[in-house]
Design a protein around this ligand. Structure first.
Ligand SMILES: C[S@@+](CC[C@H](N)C(=O)[O-])C[C@H]1O[C@@H](n2cnc3c(N)ncnc32)[C@H](O)[C@@H]1O
Length: 450
């Protein structure tokens, strides 16, 4: 049993951060996690949820605020689950992200690598993709983002991390939904039509896509589509995506085009990319260019290499390297993304790229069996990181360099540890902040064959 009592007040100094961006204070070595505090601050708090090994607390007074504390720019910050670290200024956010990468790589994985300073920038109005749930509460249409760990919406008129044109379009659509008395989906009864609005824009806002995600294929959007087209000529694509499953997954499998095409086009590191409604595309354009450039610099390509772009999505990383390589092999599990990658290669006049559809952990062993070799492999998996079968086949391909881009330091450290025990060595990791104001972290490293 701990000596900590629920609802009793304590004082403490914030010693560290969790990877969720919470501060850690200790009572005789017993950790209490506090939201919205900065390292070094002296705070008064109550323990609100007490477990045998740790507690969660609530700050009642910041006794000695950090010089890096700031008032969150967003008025919804303390209710909305979208952002977690708005009380930190830009420097404190960069330090927090560097520290989380360091904790994972050098403490958990037991490696001894240089962790570079976080590459920061574009802290506000960066998200080029918004997925906005729609609900009807007490007869009123509400649109915004979920409260933490719930599906209750905070009704939002302005989000500081989505692009401002998304704020305008969100409010425009909301007015029209009210005017048109559009049927809104109810999660509990699984009745009603409109579930989510998704908005995606390219880097100069010259092409915007709006998606109505609906429970069933009834189309109640004709007059909204017409009004959107007139008010926003840069809305080039409007799609209805059908998701009639009882699920938390936002997009369904079928889409119907209501205006233009089912894609918009963006430019990334000098190449053009078609992006369809369901394809993965990094949400922070300016920071993504920095991230990929660092990865390409780490690869240090001379023009003679064969590269494998694993988890290739719509082909971004491999195609960005196309003028410095002999051949590109891409592997991706989503069929529409593979189609996009092939089209994107054509769009950019690139004829040295082949894409394989399938799981990296199945395709890569097959490529090994066929005797495929590569000089550099780019690895950019989802948050859960790489499967062991994939890592084993990667080790068999035996490339000179592996450039690993990760959105989860915890799985990055697990995979790096495995690769470092099997003949690949890194010397440094660079965190790049693709998700300012949030706990999320991207990091890039190169492992070289020893
Ligand atoms: C973090 S995204 C990176 C995409 C792309 N490299 C980019 O930067 O735009 C991860 C990609 O891996 C794909 N993916 C997820 N699991 C996979 C698997 N087991 N095998 C191959 N691809 C997978 C996803 O569909 C997604 O496109």
């Amino acid at each position: 049993m701990t000596a900590v009592t629920k609802n009793k007040s304590y004082e403490g100094i914030v010693e560290d951060y969790t990877h969720e961006g919470m501060g850690i204070v200790k009572i005789d070595g017993y950790p209490v996690f506090l939201p919205d505090v900065l390292k070094g601050e002296k705070v008064e708090y109550k323990a609100v949820k007490v477990n045998s090994r740790y507690a969660f607390g609530k700050v009642t007074h910041v006794i000695t605020p950090s010089a890096n504390r700031r008032t969150p720019p967003c008025e919804y910050y303390f209710q909305c689950g979208g952002c977690q670290i708005q009380v930190m200024d830009d420097q404190a956010q960069a330090d927090f992200k560097k520290q989380v990468v360091n904790q994972n790589i050098n403490q958990q994985a037991g490696l001894d690598l240089k962790i570079n300073d976080t590459v920061s920038g574009h802290p506000l109005y960066y998200r080029n993709k918004s997925q906005i749930p729609v609900q009807k509460i007490d007869g009123q249409v509400v649109m915004g983002f979920y409260k933490p760990r719930s599906h209750d919406i905070v009704n939002i008129e302005h989000c500081y991390i989505q692009k401002d044109v998304h704020n305008d379009i969100m409010l425009f659509i909301k007015d029209k939904l009210i005017e048109e008395e559009t049927s809104i989906y109810d999660e509990k009864s699984h009745q009603g039509l409109l579930r989510h609005i998704a908005i995606r824009s390219n880097s100069d806002d010259s092409e915007i896509q709006v998606v109505f995600i609906t429970n069933g294929k009834r189309n109640e959007f004709l007059s909204i589509v017409k009004a959107l087209k007139e008010a926003y000529p840069n809305v080039k694509s409007i799609v209805q995506n059908i998701n009639d499953e009882k699920t938390n997954v936002i997009f369904g499998k079928r889409s119907i085009v209501l205006l233009g095409h089912d894609f918009i086009t963006d430019t990334l590191l000098g190449q053009s990319f078609k992006i369809r409604d369901r394809s993965f595309y990094q949400v922070n354009h300016a920071q993504t260019e920095k991230l990929y450039q660092i990865g390409l610099d780490m690869a240090d390509l001379s023009g003679d290499e064969t590269i494998i772009d694993t988890y290739s999505g719509i082909g971004t990383i491999g195609l960005a390297a196309s003028d410095r390589v002999k051949k590109i092999i891409g592997i991706e599990v989503v069929d529409s993304a593979v189609e996009d990658a092939k089209e994107n290669a054509k769009l950019n006049g690139i004829d040295n790229a082949d894409y394989y559809l399938g799981k990296a952990e199945e395709v890569m062993p097959q490529l090994v069996k066929e005797g495929v070799s590569a000089d550099v492999v780019f690895v950019d998996p989802p948050r859960k990181g790489c499967h062991n079968e994939f890592l084993d086949s990667l080790i068999k391909v035996n490339p000179e360099k592996i450039v690993y881009i990760s959105c989860n330091p915890s799985t990055l450290q697990r995979d790096m540890k495995y690769l470092s025990e099997n003949g690949f060595k890194a010397t440094e990791v660079t965190p790049v902040d693709l998700f300012p104001q949030t706990k999320h972290i991207e990091a890039v490293t190169v492992l070289k064959r020893t």
